[in-house]
Design a binder for this molecule. Structure first.
Ligand code: ADP
Length: 303
């Protein structure tokens, strides 16, 4: 089983002829709501790829919270441990997309910010049956750290997708419990003291050296991904696809990698799985709507 400890957000997306200036009111539209949040996206992605999956998180006792639970459940995610925080609104992302494609995003983490280490402990029996525990940084660090501790205790593989990029250094205690650190290029930069012009494999090696995490993977969009491990560094080129929108490509990658590892595949094979899932997500619009199914990934892997 794959257990995700992370965020659930409702994305509120409005189209606009252009991005508004401060103080300005624009007529926009159409408007739509989409289930999102990195935790929920990665959980839905893993479930669609065929893994038994559960998410531990928090939503507000409101309509968005209900909708997020249902959306994840429809895709087969166990949402028993998505708890209600009655005093807070469900997390939302307010997204304005201008016709040229540029956007602005404001995230109000709401109930996600109330996830505690105790919540994670209450869900300990889920973690006890996990092969892989998948973490991001959209819920409070103490909850992320507790999840990593419980995962280590039961011998589960711990993957941290450090997104959004941490503002400061992550606690050494957390890094010491991570098996795979999986940032994209810009998030990887947040771990290095100065901007690096090293080629990608060198960057991945530097990331592993700086953090002490044994395996560092950097996703490179249409250039694929690199992985530095104790046995060496490898580059997995991207699968060639007609890309239209890379939203959630990173979430699909992380889930694909996690699903393959949970099935006992070697990390190099899992890297291909991640790249195939990410590429397919880039061929379709949207976040959860674009996440691929297992048969699509298998077809792309067969070539
Ligand atoms: P993020 O969405 O977090 O920025 P990336 O853009 O690096 O993540 O995408 C994650 C993975 O998805 C990449 O490692 C790559 O394998 C795949 N991917 C993303 N964009 C494309 C693309 N245009 N063509 C093929 N594969 C892609």
């Amino acid at each position: 089983m794959i257990v995700v400890v992370g965020s659930l957000n409702m994305d509120l997306v409005v189209r606009s002829p252009r991005l508004p200036k401060p103080g300005e009111t624009l007529r926009g539209g159409p408007f739509a709501t989409y289930p999102g949040g990195k935790g929920a996206n990665q959980a839905v992605a893993a479930a669609r790829l065929g893994a038994k999956t559960a998410i531990i998180g928090r939503v507000g006792a409101d309509g968005f919270g209900q909708m997020l639970r249902i959306a994840a459940e429809v895709d087969g995610v166990n949402v028993e441990q998505v708890l209600d925080t009655p005093t807070m609104a469900t997390g939302v992302s307010l997204i304005t997309v201008e016709d040229g494609g540029q956007n602005t995003i404001v995230i109000a983490s709401g109930a996600n910010a109330t996830l505690t280490p105790e919540d994670v402990e209450v869900a300990g029996s889920l973690i006890a049956s996990a092969r892989v525990v998948l973490l991001q940084l959209e819920v409070p660090l103490p909850a992320v750290i507790r999840a990593a501790e419980l995962a280590r205790e039961v011998g589960a593989t711990v993957i941290l997708n450090p997104a959004p990029a941490p503002a400061g250094r992550l606690p050494a205690k957390l890094l010491s419990m991570i098996d795979y650190l999986v940032p994209n290029e810009s998030e990887a930069g947040a771990f290095l003291d100065e901007p690096s012009s090293a080629p990608p494999k060198g960057l991945a090696r530097a990331l592993a050296a700086v953090t002490g995490v044994p395996n560092a993977i950097i996703t490179l969009g249409e250039a694929g991904a690199v992985m530095a491990s104790p046995s060496g560094a490898i580059h997995q080129p991207a699968f060639r696809v007609q890309a239209v929108d890379s939203t959630a490509a990173g979430d699909a990658f992380v889930a694909g990698f996690a699903v393959a590892l949970s099935e006992g595949l070697a990390p190099t094979k899992a890297l291909r799985w991640g790249c195939a899932a990410g590429a397919l997500a880039a061929t379709r619009l949207g976040a959860q709507a674009s996440l691929p199914r297992r048969d699509e990934v298998l077809a792309l892997l067969r070539g």
